[in-house]
Design a protein around this ligand. Sequence first.
Ligand SMILES: *Cc1c(COP(=O)(O)O)cnc(C)c1O
Length: 302
Amino acid sequence: MIAVINRLVNLGEAVVQQVQLPLTGGIKCFSDVLRIDKIHATVSGNKWFKLKYSLQQAMSLHKTTIVTAGGAYSNHLVATAHACNSMQLKCIGIIRGEQPAALSPTLQECAALGMQFHFTDRISYTDSRKVFEQLQQPNAYFIEEGGSNECGVKGASEILQLVQNDHTHICCAVGTGTMLAGLLQSAKPHQHVVGISALKLSPGNTIEAFIGKSTNNKKNYTIHYNYHFGGYAKKNNELIAFMNNFYTQTGIPTDFVYTAKLFYAITDLAAKGYFPANSKLLIIHSGGLQGNRSLPKSALIF
Ligand SMILES: *Cc1c(COP(=O)(O)O)cnc(C)c1O
């Protein structure tokens, strides 16, 4: 059963690439970038890890439909659409907001993969499980937005199996915190997990409560909340310029919602001496590149 889920992606592509941050000037910090963005073009790295056990559970319960939720540019929606398409499961997306005049490139791809849409106003959307229940789909299985559930944490805890886990710091982008919770689960006590929030939040939020609950209150992590560039999916010219420069210097493409903010932040923290001498960083490139389709074509050089 898990074989069909495993065949969706190519884990052999998840190479480790070395970069020295900051790229120019200052004390260099040794960093390994784990390229789980490369395991599939759109079943973007961390989304596959977060989905696999939910899909497995749905299959073992003989469900025939997957229902999940997301916004018009959601990496999770398109990953779910791909997975359901390959697994011959019916797939319904509860989409945040009213039906637009033109579908985003992400939703067009979802539709081409057979996903049906249920557009939902922003207030009802905040309780997407309730929307799911109201749909009364027979034999359906609900997966939370972003694959954010205990299955998601379990899947994400397997990411570190791809590397020789000898780093001092493990750095990742944070949306719902599911990936961070999984990494923290499998991190060793002396390793510190560094999260960069893509959302404009303050410490002591529900994400931290979720992480605490799913890791038995492990404390060896820090989330930085000052690299969101104005909030979720917000960007400015400095971030876009950073993405192009980072690509020129390293050959690593990033997405403006999560991984660009991650690499920007780690570069900035390294330049400011946040990481002690002889630190060995692992930076998770969690994918998400399909989201760049919402940018003007001329913005990026990759
Ligand atoms: C969804 C996503 C994240 C956030 O993961 P969470 O588990 O929700 O914190 C990070 N990076 C990319 C590329 C994503 O698509």
